[in-house]
Design a protein around this ligand. Structure first.
Ligand code: ADP
Ligand code: MG
Length: 687
């Protein structure tokens, strides 16, 4: 198979556009895609017609505006191309209006209060910068139109619209800081992103026997696997044939959709895998990551697997993340986070490098909140993923450069000489250094930052919106500093260095190259004044729910107060719902499976008169008591709402479930396998 032959054949790509559009329309459309020029109605009409022709040639009967509502899933409402002429002749038609705007019945998507039911209408609007694509079905296919989702009064109801705003804001801030620092200003600035997608695969039959996995996405009970990941023999080991066929199928489907899947390998835990694409412009990368998740799910089913995207499906085994590789580049192909080849390029690198670190420092709370979810809480701080304290890893080589810079040493010729020697080996050294340090939520890896706290099931939208905004805010601060340094008479280089050294004096607090799991770091971080927002409600309250912390998003024009409140409400609500479902499911599992097995086992123990089963009996009693308390808490849960409910879930329900789990897992370990009615960890984690 030649991948290049099929690559992108299901997308309205450049070759097809050239083929289907007149040269004039093609040129105008390209200007829209590349420069964001608005599209006139006439041009849209031509594009709609061409799209329809192309879609029908490819067996499409329907089209849909494809968007990402605030629940984190993708949404679509399919409409047929089929209409009827005046004399009732059936005909396929697709008008510009239908391309540009859709009106799904929006009342059941969460709006967090931005939309009252009497104006329940929401609108989807075409995003011309992300290519339309075709989703294959069994009998016929569907044309998908990447879209944003807005309320009647223009409030953003989705992830994409805000992401697009943040990209624009960062582009402007980047150009401004380049201009003030007297570096060439490019026509276009991009954010580049490559998300490494981790996931678990289980045999579908086994999976379906675990109601907790089916309903909540994670095992609510289950004693550790005997082997666990102690041997680490799975990591980079050979991929089982069955899984390899699955991966080939996923990749084939993704290639046709123009998604550049690049690497596949086993992860550390048994049954855990990773798929990484080649990085792309952020808006496209975010859409493509959705397609990756959709396709993994679809193909897993077809191959008799169940896909787990949950951040922590198994206690005691690695959780799944989505390392979000992130950089800033321009239309000339320059990567602003590449250390460069000479002094001038290195100076520019430092400007951006310090700019990002300062952005993370300024908005660490919001950055933490951008990856907060009930599921990801189990992963962050779980001694295998980054902790919930946000810090930045820079490695020792660049750490030294920053130490020098803080002293204002860059300008001295002898130091610049050592820097130049440093330059030739920097990228390599940093790359190798960082692989050993998985504990850092944000790490510099040679020519990009890697935001590792992002969870495996989380769309790229929010974490990158917040990252972009934080960095833009920092760039603006640095621009102002450089300007005032220049105004006070410093030359250009002195002004840049002096501004960076000033900024560093504060933001160095967020730099940490050590072990993020250690107790010392907890104390040290607290001493430095960094926050440690351990769970989702805490993270939300201190970001979306905090006027001071969220102000920068309003000032930058990325989210309005109303949109922020909406997100806060939706997130509290979603968190509480997840915990509520888990707690109820847990009680059900105990009543349906655990209790019976335990009673049977207790009876057997009783038959052996010399056997001391007191520990076992005590556990059963303790389980029964705790279940009773949990049931009571679930009832109380119904009577609280919003923030209160979320905090109650985090501080009361979850700790109770954890304690209950300890007891249940002990019972499981002591119970005859033939009496245990559901698959245990050892029988689940083999393929
Ligand atoms: P590693 O596995 O050591 O983290 P890789 O080179 O395999 O590094 O890259 C991991 C991911 O980072 C890939 O998806 C890759 O495309 C992406 N990436 C590489 N360079 C950039 C960049 N400049 N901007 C954004 N993502 C990048
Ligand atoms: Mg990586």
């Amino acid at each position: 198979m030649k991948v290049s032959k099929i690559y992108g054949t299901l997308t309205f790509n450049d070759r097809i556009m050239k083929d289907k559009l007149s040269y004039e329309v093609y040129k105008r459309f390209k200007k829209t895609i590349e420069e964001g020029e608005p599209i006139s109605k006439e041009i849209a009409e031509c594009i709609a017609h061409a799209l329809k022709e192309w879609a029908i040639e490819n067996n499409c009967t329907h089209y849909t505006h494809w968007f990402h509502p605030l629940t984190g899933l993708t949404a679509e409402k399919h409409d047929a191309f089929l209409t009827f002429d005046g004399d009732l002749t059936p005909i396929e038609r697709f008008l510009a209006d239908e391309l540009i705007q859709g009106e799904p019945d929006a009342s059941s998507f969460p709006s967090g209060g931005t939309r009252s039911t009497f104006e329940a209408r929401g609108y989807t609007a075409w995003d011309p910068q992300s290519p339309c694509f075709i989703m294959e079905g069994k009998k016929s296919n569907t044309l998908c139109i990447p879209s944003v989702f807005l309320s009647y009064n223009g409030d953003s109801l989705d992830k994409k619209s805000v992401l697009l705003k943040s990209i624009k804001v960062l582009e402007e801030a980047t150009k401004k800081v380049l201009e003030i620092s007297e570096f060439p200003v490019p026509e276009k600035v991009f954010v580049t992103t490559g998300p490494e997608q981790e996931y678990y695969l289980l045999d579908r039959e086994v999976f379906e026997k675990r109601e907790d996995l089916v309903i909540t996405g994670r095992t609510l009970l289950g004693a550790n696997s005997v082997k666990g990941q102690k041997l680490e023999d799975h990591y980079f080991g050979s991929i089982p044939d069955r899984v390899k066929y699955f991966m080939e199928d996923v990749e084939y489907a993704l290639y046709k959709l123009g998604v550049p899947a690049k690497t596949r390998h086993n992860e550390v835990a048994p049954c855990q895998f990773e798929l990484a694409p080649v990085f792309e412009e952020l808006n496209i990368a975010a859409d493509h990551n959705h397609l990756v998740m959709v396709m993994l799910e679809k193909k897993a089913r077809e191959h008799g697997f169940a896909l787990l995207l949950h951040e922590k499906p198994f206690k005691g085994l690695n959780g799944s993340g989505k390392h979000n590789n992130w950089s800033i580049a321009d239309n000339r192909g320059i990567n602003y986070l590449s250390p460069g080849k000479n002094r001038e390029e290195f100076l520019r690198f430092l400007l951006f490098f310090v700019g990002v670190i300062n952005g993370v420092y300024k908005h660490e709370k919001f950055i933490r909140a951008s990856v907060a979810s009930a599921a990801n809480d189990h992963r962050l701080g779980g001694n295998e993923a980054p902790p919930s304290i946000i810090s930045v890893f820079v490695g020792t080589a660049l750490g030294n450069v920053l130490e020098n810079l803080m002293e204002g040493n860059f300008v001295e010729p002898e130091h610049s000489k050592t820097l130049e020697i440093g330059l030739s080996y920097l990228p390599q050294i940093e790359r190798h250094n960082t692989d050993r340090n998985r504990t850092s939520p944000v790490a510099f890896t040679g020519n990009k930052f890697e935001f590792r706290a992002v969870g495996s099931s989380q769309p790229l939208g929010l974490p990158n919106t917040v990252l972009n905004a934080s960095v833009a805010d920092s760039f603006n601060e640095i621009s102002n500093l450089i300007k005032s340094e220049k105004d006070s008479g410093k030359n250009r280089e002195e002004a840049i260095l002096s501004a960076l050294s000033k900024v560093l004096k504060n933001c160095r607090k967020v730099i940490f190259n050590g072990n993020g799991y250690s107790k010392e770091w907890l104390y040290e971080a607290e001493k430095r004044g960094l926050s440690n927002l351990k769970n989702t409600p805490e993270a939300l309250k201190n970001s979306f729910g905090n006027e001071k912390e969220r102000d920068f998003l309003i000032k930058l024009g990325i989210l309005s107060e109303r949109e922020l409140n909406a997100r806060l409400n939706i997130k509290y609500d979603h968190y509480s719902k997840v915990v509520d479902i888990e707690a109820k499911m847990f009680v059900k599992m105990i009543k349906k499976y655990v209790r019976n097995a335990a009673f049977k086992q207790a009876k057997r123990f009783a038959e052996v008169d010399f056997f001391d089963s007191s520990a076992y009996m005590k556990s059963i009693k303790s389980m029964e008591e705790k279940v009773k308390v949990l049931i009571g808490e679930i009832e109380h849960f119904e009577s609280v709402e919003g923030e209160k409910k979320a905090f109650f879930a985090a501080n009361t329900v979850i700790p109770l479930m954890e304690k209950l789990r300890e007891v249940v897992d002990f019972i499981e370990t002591e119970t005859d396998k033939s009496l245990w009615p559901i698959p245990d960890y050892d029988s689940m984690l083999i393929l």
